[in-house]
Design a protein around this ligand. Structure first.
Ligand code: GLU
Ligand code: MG
Length: 443
């Protein structure tokens, strides 16, 4: 009698693409050695997929070309079990897209981020410690609960417990699972990581959260706005710059808001390029249903201390218990949502901050008031500009930003403009309510 079959454990090499979707190919885990050096095959036009699953017609690749997805073994994530005891293990490794001869491929977002992280190290002597916070909607079919309530926490407790357990097993270092302001809305936060690992970690959070929801049969969405009157889901990116020994470089106890002169130039760069950066950090039509005043997201390019309507927020530090303020001090970028590629968005943000440092840009756009409550003259005096009101406006800002266009590989830009143009056409007939529903299903 032949041996009874059982499913083979599989490992997947993944790339998280320009639209923040994680894709890849799987092989039997016991054959991992054979894939370590040359990875698996990949197709250039995959990078031109819109969220609507249609390959952008004017993309630079068409039917041609072949690539390799090379695994970065240090980034492997393994979660062996979960609420569904029969579900296969989740086992994936982040990869970089390369040409078949090993040269880096210009449109790979993870390579872009790695290159930028290396530039910070080589040219500025800095490393980047960063963490992405994620909000999402989890519909368990249970009754709606009150914001931040213990009842809400208890409704999500089984999911949250499994999520924390799986994140910890996957090496993601979870911090908190909390009920948010919206109906069926929760948030998950994790400890920061250095450089590329921070963006990998954002992907790990999204994929592990989806995995737990799938195993429990729950519907989940990270989309920026899931219904016309829903509270929005943000992704907030916390950044602190450190020297290569891990000492904080953004903090100076001698300044009014604690921001060092390096931190000020960095923040000025981010704010200066923010309207164009939105094309990467708020990259879908529905992102602009969220980026509006009084959403605690961001609608103007300004920095505020503990101000949740500011695009860049100086986060609270705690001196209780003798904690070091300098080690906690960080800037939170709030004009981002989960339709963004973590690698691409983080790379673009770092490029903008580096340009601010190189050009020694002055930081004027500061307000602790709600930017919308200032009048036009007051905003103008401080150089506070409104963020683009739509994706097409953000793409125009990017097209007109010579410095960002020059800093980004043309292969990546050509692909990005092609797919975002296609996405705009595919969604142009949708009302705001339909847009919310449409993207709630996709992300
Ligand atoms: N939900 C808000 C957003 O869309 C953020 C609320 C908060 O500060 O946690 O970004
Ligand atoms: Mg929150």
């Amino acid at each position: 009698m032949s041996e009874r079959l059982s499913p083979l454990p599989m490992t997947t090499i993944v790339t998280t693409d320009l639209i923040g979707v994680t894709r890849g190919r799987s092989f039997p885990t016991d054959e991992l050695d054979a894939y370590q050096v040359a990875g698996c095959g990949w197709v250039p036009a995959n990078s031109a997929l819109t969220p609507q699953d249609i390959i952008a017609s004017s993309n630079p690749w068409g039917a041609y070309g072949d690539l390799r997805l090379i695994p970065d073994l240090s980034s492997r994530v393994t979660v062996n079990n979960g609420p569904d005891a029969d579900a296969p293990a989740l086992d994936f490794i982040h990869g970089d897209i390369r040409e078949t001869d090993g040269r880096p491929w210009g449109a790979c977002p993870r390579t872009l981020l790695r290159n930028e992280v290396e530039r910070y190290r080589d040219e500025l002597g800095l490393q980047i410690n960063a963490a992405f916070e994620h909000e999402f909607n989890l519909d368990s079919g249970a009754a709606e609960h009150l914001a931040f309530s213990l009842e809400a926490q208890r409704q999500g407790a089984e999911f949250g417990g499994w999520l924390l357990s799986a994140l910890r097993a996957g090496g993601v270092e979870p911090e908190m699972f909390l009920p948010e302001y919206g109906k069926h809305q929760y948030e998950i936060t994790c400890r920061p990581a250095l450089g590329v690992a921070a963006a990998d970690r954002a992907v790990n959070v999204r994929e592990i959260t989806r995995e737990i929801a799938r195993q429990m049969g729950l519907s989940l969405s990270f989309a920026p706005k899931t219904a016309e009157h829903a509270v929005c889901n943000g992704v907030h990116l916390h950044v602190s710059l450190q020297d290569m020994a891990g000492q904080p470089m953004m903090y100076d106890a001698g300044t009014a808001n604690g921001l060092s002169s390096l931190g000020q130039h960095w923040a000025a760069g981010v704010l200066h390029y923010l309207p164009a950066l939105c094309a990467f950090t708020a990259p879908t039509p529905v992102s602009y249903e969220r980026l509006q005043p009084h959403h605690w997201s961001a609608s103007y390019a300004c920095l505020g201390q503990r101000n949740r309507e500011a695009a860049l927020r100086i986060c609270p530090t705690v001196s209780l218990g003798g904690k070091s303020v300098a080690m906690q001090y960080n800037l939170e970028f709030r004009a981002m949502d989960a339709t963004a590629s973590p690698h691409l968005a983080m790379a673009a943000l770092l490029i903008a901050g580096r340009l601010g440092i190189e050009q020694r840009l002055a930081l004027n756009a500061i307000t602790d008031e709600i930017p919308d409550s200032l009048n036009e003259e007051q905003r103008h005096a401080r150089g506070i500009v409104a963020l683009p009101a739509s994706l097409s406006r953000a793409l125009d800002c990017l097209r007109n930003s010579e410095a960002l266009i020059e800093a980004l590989p043309s292969a990546l830009l050509d692909t990005y403009f092609a797919l975002k143009t296609e996405e705009l056409t595919l969604t142009e007939q949708l009302s705001p309510a339909d847009l919310c529903e449409h993207y709630a299903r996709l992300y």
